[in-house]
Design a protein around this ligand. Structure first.
Ligand code: NOJ
Length: 736
């Protein structure tokens, strides 16, 4: 196991443990949120149901919540029965921390955690979008900024990054992670850990990351949230585990277990996953927290008789902290005293949790200073600039017929779509601490960038459409920019969908806009790949703008005007139809690859391939690839190179992608796997040779027993600007 503490710190933790009662140790394993205890007349559960089924609106729900009475568990904190809380208000953080540090017997600080997924006060693009920037340095810088902002609020623990490989766009949570590819996911994972945890020069600069959701949550059956997962173990090791293993290797100090079961055992009580793989095989030194209420849900899963049984099973399996149920607090003492649970299990969990608190500097710096709290009252320019840079780099141009884009600054533009004019819609799922005054809507961005913009709401993902306004939009503009897609609430947790075409009456609206005879640029705001085969056929240009964070409006306008040459690529394939899901580029070989022939792996009503593949994205310039070469540079390493030219009129940045295929192996292998990528700036007319080194051992794979195999034989090598558009070479390799 990797050490995260110095010898002196380890000794302090052991001294502390030796003074702790059993109850105090279990207290460390207990995470609570402020409980809603009153202020309204119906039970809390029913209130949630009322909001879900529409009896009350989300706004009404939030209002009720604001006036609800909350219990912050002060007495339990004082008694040493709480280890962690989910709170974001710095005043509450300091108040509760004072109780823990000054009024509890041993003065152990609390660790405050929160869902800081893609930014805190400055909100950056949702992860599926940011991953498409393929900009490793950016991944790190946005995480580092989020760490500093949240630490100034006392939040020292982010429930991020989400590293679930996600290949089924029906799953609402695809928005929260870096997409479908395990290599891109691993690079993203490492960069996020460096950003969140890397700058330990002051406790104000770093937080504890939390890798989630361990594991295979992205593979829930039928894309339905919280559903079951059955998976062959070679896929588990070669794909789903990879980003987590990379992040542990980079030093991540906490992990959150997933809600789902894997091959019949819920991750919450899965000893093989938590102890054998994570703690023993990967040497993870930190602690594991359950997902919210997941220990209690093991009873509903039908894997535990009752709550006490669920608590014992989870603790046995290596679950160190209980999020939200207080089952550990209620039942573990009895379990230990009656001999059902060894004391060592509790000792180990408490040791791991205390170690992370020590690593975070909480023992010496438990509070947030007044100065620090005020530091981000007004968002510093540096933060705004980073939010804008991230947004610009994450935009993906999917179609640009006859170079309709970029638009002239003096073009008469009819801006259409309710989403364009709602600043709150730019932030995306899981944004908690943003302020409306920091958000720039597309309308605001467009009006600042272009000379002649007129706005026609026309309609959006919800509600009716106004045909009259659409006709007026056609009358005014030389070009129509239609901002359509999904509201924030349509992606994220508990937002799975069976149909992922544009929701509501947006297709009708687009038909109406096309009828005006004016060219239409479709700008998409959404949290998942959407099925837009029809739109691809009929729109003149399509720009995927996701939910890009607080500077979304500026970034979209800059790409539409050409001030910024787009460089984003897709981190997830876009299906042609909902029924194709899951669709992803690195699928397994079959004996009958889809073709025009009847008895092949195909659909009668839709091509087997995605509409837009992983790695795809257009620029306002063009790139040409030549001379792919693969050579054995040494007994251990290959050198792969390709020549890329900017053949257009504009400077740009191209993401050069290198893929491999193991042509024949003892197990069926993917048709293509991303191994490296390089982001290359190229001036108009410039040519560069791009070379990467690939250790030969990366050409191996895990079998179903978790044994890594490096097998001699033929390999294919690919390089290109998209997973579906590559040059190809072959090489026979022998590893012995
Ligand atoms: C449930 C979600 O699955 C998880 O991602 C989140 O971190 C926790 N709730 C805490 O809010």
């Amino acid at each position: 196991m990797r050490e995260i503490l110095t010898a002196e710190q380890t000794k302090k933790i052991e001294d502390l443990l030796s003074q702790m009662t059993l109850e105090e140790k279990i207290g460390q394993m207990n995470q609570v949120s402020p409980s809603i205890v009153g202020g309204f007349t119906v039970p809390f559960e029913e209130l949630i149901e009322m909001m879900t089924d529409g009896r009350i609106s989300k706004e009404e729900f939030s209002k009720i919540m604001e006036s609800a009475e909350q219990d912050y568990h002060e007495d339990e904190i004082r008694a040493g029965k709480v280890g962690s809380l989910m709170v974001q208000d710095p005043a509450a953080v300091n108040r509760l921390q004072h109780i823990a540090v000054e009024e509890s017997r041993l003065g152990i600080p609390l660790i405050f955690g929160l869902d800081v997924i893609h930014g805190f006060r400055s909100v950056y693009p949702i992860a599926i979008a940011e991953a498409g920037s393929f900009d490793v340095d950016l991944f790190e810088r946005t995480a580092a900024m989020a760490a500093r902002e949240s630490r100034a609020s006392g939040v020292a623990w982010h429930f991020a990054p989400m590293l679930d490989v996600a290949r089924d766009a029906r799953w609402g949570r695809v928005s929260e992670g870096p997409g479908e590819d395990p290599y891109l996911g691993s690079v993203f994972a490492r960069a996020k850990i460096r950003g969140l945890q890397g700058d330990r020069s002051s406790p104000d600069n770093y937080v504890a990351a939390c890798l989630k959701h361990y594991i295979c949550y992205g593979a829930v059956e039928a894309g339905r949230d919280y559903n079951t997962v059955s998976m062959a173990m070679h896929l588990f090791y070669n794909c789903y585990l990879k980003p987590f293993a990379a992040a542990v290797d980079e030093g991540a100090v906490t992990v959150m277990a997933a809600f789902n079961d894997l091959n019949g055992v819920p991750c919450t009580v899965n000893k093989f996953l938590l102890r054998n793989i994570l703690k023993e095989s990967l040497g993870f030194p930190g602690f594991v927290v359950s997902d919210a209420n997941a220990i209690r849900e093991c009873v509903v899963h039908g894997i535990a008789e009752d709550q006490a049984d669920a608590g014992i099973k989870a603790a046995f399996a290596g679950m160190d902290m209980d999020m939200g149920t207080e089952i550990y607090a209620k039942h573990l003492k009895d379990a230990v005293e009656s001999g059902k649970l060894p004391l060592e299990v509790v000792d180990e969990a408490a040791r791991r949790i205390l170690s992370v608190k020590m690593w975070l500097g909480l023992f010496d710096h438990p509070y947030v200073s007044e100065d620090l709290m005020k530091k981000y009252e007004v968002l510093p320019q540096e933060h705004i600039d980073l939010a804008r840079e991230a947004a610009e780099k994450s935009i993906v141009v999917l179609k640009n017929e006859k170079n309709l884009l970029p638009l002239r600054k003096d073009a008469k533009i009819s801006l259409v779509g309710t989403l364009a004019d709602i600043p709150e819609e730019v932030v995306g799922a899981w944004s908690i601490s943003w302020r409306k005054e920091d958000c720039v809507s597309i309308r605001q961005g467009m009006e600042a960038e272009f000379e002649n913009v007129r706005y026609f709401p026309c309609g959006g993902p919800e509600g009716d459409v106004s045909y009259n306004e659409a006709v007026e939009a056609g009358e005014y503009g030389d070009v129509i920019v239609a901002v359509l897609g999904e509201t924030i609430a349509m992606s994220g947790e508990a937002s799975s969908k069976a149909e992922i075409a544009l929701p509501g009456r947006q297709r009708e609206l687009l038909e109406c806009l096309l009828d005006t005879g004016k060219p239409v640029v479709l700008v998409l705001m959404n949290g998942r790949p959407v099925a837009i085969r029809w739109e691809n056929e009929f729109m003149n240009a399509i720009v995927e703008a996701w939910h890009l964070g607080i500077r979304m409006g500026d970034a979209v306008a800059a790409v539409l005007s050409g001030k910024v040459n787009p460089e984003g690529k897709l981190s997830s394939s876009f299906p042609a139809a909902s029924g194709q899901c899951p669709v992803y580029y690195n699928h397994m070989n079959t004996g009958r690859p889809g073709s025009k022939s009847k008895f092949t792996s195909r659909y009668l009503d839709c091509p087997p391939e995605s509409l837009y593949p992983f790695g795809y994205g257009l620029s306002y310039t063009t790139y040409e690839y030549k001379d792919l070469m693969v050579a054995e540079a040494s007994p251990e390493e290959l050198e792969i190179s390709v020549t890329v030219s900017n053949t257009g009129q504009r400077d740009g940045r191209e993401t050069v992608q290198f893929y491999t295929q193991d042509v024949c192996a003892s197990l069926v292998r993917p048709v293509k796997e991303l191994k490296r990528f390089e982001k290359v700036p190229l001036k108009a007319g410039e040519t560069k040779k791009v070379q990467v080194t690939l250790p030969k051992k990366e050409l191996g794979f895990y079998d179903n027993d978790g044994v890594y195999r490096l097998e001699d034989g033929l390999f294919r090598f690919y390089a290109g600007g998209s997973s579906a558009d590559c040059l190809q070479e072959e090489l026979r390799l022998s590893f012995s």
